[in-house]
Design a protein around this ligand. Structure first.
Ligand SMILES: Cc1ncc(COP(=O)(O)O)c(C=O)c1O
Length: 353
């Protein structure tokens, strides 16, 4: 029995997948109760009057090439948010299973688990060790019915990347019991290579990627779950048919052409350089207590008076993410790195709060 079959909810294994209308673009479609005419403003290639490809094979092949895996290792979804949701629905049996989280971290993991009726077990990051993983606590918590371990690297909102060796040790320890999900939403801004190449050695390792951050496509809603093929096939059972809208699939096809990709890489390099400049300039402000090192496209910054800094940014027309109310991140604001001009204006506003 495969690892996927051993860990999945029995209901998912027994599920008869939805039988969608057959897909053959060469034939005239009188089988899916679509409208035969396009709406007046329809500039799409495929026609919005038609349902999209049930499983977007071409899009998945492009994403697989981008991330360096074979297409059967990748499931495309509406953002990595959908990947998190698919994992929760496929693997967490309500009122029995749990997820393991390392807060402070991205909020969707706990939300997806709770929506599924699963418990949330926490092994907090060690703030005074630079938000390091508490490996001992993570390993000890694996015994508490944990089916999914979410490790966000680089982590949102702290910005630090988790050491590969630690993530892989946790994956090895969890091998037969749980999936270790490495959320690499910000990987393109980090120094280390992706963990994708490690999946063949650690079949319980799952990697989440997204086009929302580095590829400037947050509005298109495209992410990917990368996992060994039996796991990926299982997740496809949970994904609704026609999940990827035609405009999104066509946008991604264009955005992953060499020209736009080269520009995206230039912007990534600029954001990394600006992150360093912004971090140094913020650290020099008397109102700033601490700028946490970041490998993402944001900085977590602690202030003498966070409310004052927030208000100063607001007066200059900027909204920042306020984490100051949370016990693990007192007086902290998360600042997304913007264009050089935006960063300059923000710095000026924050210099005189
Ligand atoms: C760590 C992390 N994972 C996933 C997501 C969701 O991204 P997507 O737009 O791909 O759903 C975010 C968004 O902020 C994030 O910070």
């Amino acid at each position: 029995m495969s690892l996927a079959a051993r860990l999945a909810r029995p209901e998912i294994l027994a599920l008869e997948p939805y039988a969608h209308a057959s897909w053959d673009p060469a034939l005239e479609r009188l089988h899916a109760n679509e409208n035969p005419w396009r709406y007046a403003g329809d500039t799409s290639a495929a026609g919005l009057n038609r349902y999209p490809e049930p499983a977007p094979r071409a899009l998945e092949a492009r994403l697989a090439a981008l991330y360096g895996v074979a297409p059967e290792w990748l499931v495309a979804g509406r953002g990595s948010d959908e990947g998190i949701d698919l994992l929760a629905r496929a693997f967490l049996t309500p009122y029995r299973d749990a997820v393991l989280l390392c807060p402070p971290t991205f909020g969707m993991y706990a939300l997806a688990a709770r929506l599924q009726g699963a418990a949330v077990v926490e092994a907090p990051l060690r703030r005074e060790a630079g938000w390091a993983l508490d490996e001992t606590a993570v390993l000890a918590a694996l015994d508490r019915g944990v089916k999914l371990v979410f490790l966000c690297t680089p982590n949102n909102p702290t910005g630090n990347a988790l050491p590969r060796a630690t993530v892989l040790r946790i994956a090895a320890a969890a091998a037969e019991r749980a999936l270790v999900v490495a959320d690499e939403a910000y990987a393109e801004f980090a120094a280390d290579a992706s963990l994708v190449a490690e999946i063949s050695r650690h079949p319980n390792l799952v990697v989440l990627r997204t086009l929302s951050k580095a590829y400037a496509l947050a509005g298109a809603r495209v992410g990917a779950v990368i996992a060994e093929p039996a796991l990926a096939a299982l997740l496809r059972r949970v994904l609704p048919p026609y999940a990827m809208p035609t405009p999104t699939a066509e946008t991604v096809a264009a955005a992953l052409e060499p020209g736009p990709l080269a520009l995206a890489r230039e912007h990534i390099a600029t954001l990394i350089a600006e992150r360093a400049r912004l971090a140094a300039a913020l650290a020099a402000l008397p109102a700033v207590r601490r700028v946490w090192p970041s490998e993402a496209n944001f900085l977590l910054v602690e202030w003498a008076d966070a409310a004052r800094a927030l208000a100063a940014a607001r007066r200059a027309g900027f909204v920042l993410r306020d984490f100051s109310g949370r016990p693990e991140t007192p007086a902290a604001l998360r600042i997304t790195v913007g264009t050089p001009a935006q960063n300059q204006r923000l710095l000026e506003a924050l210099a005189t709060p």
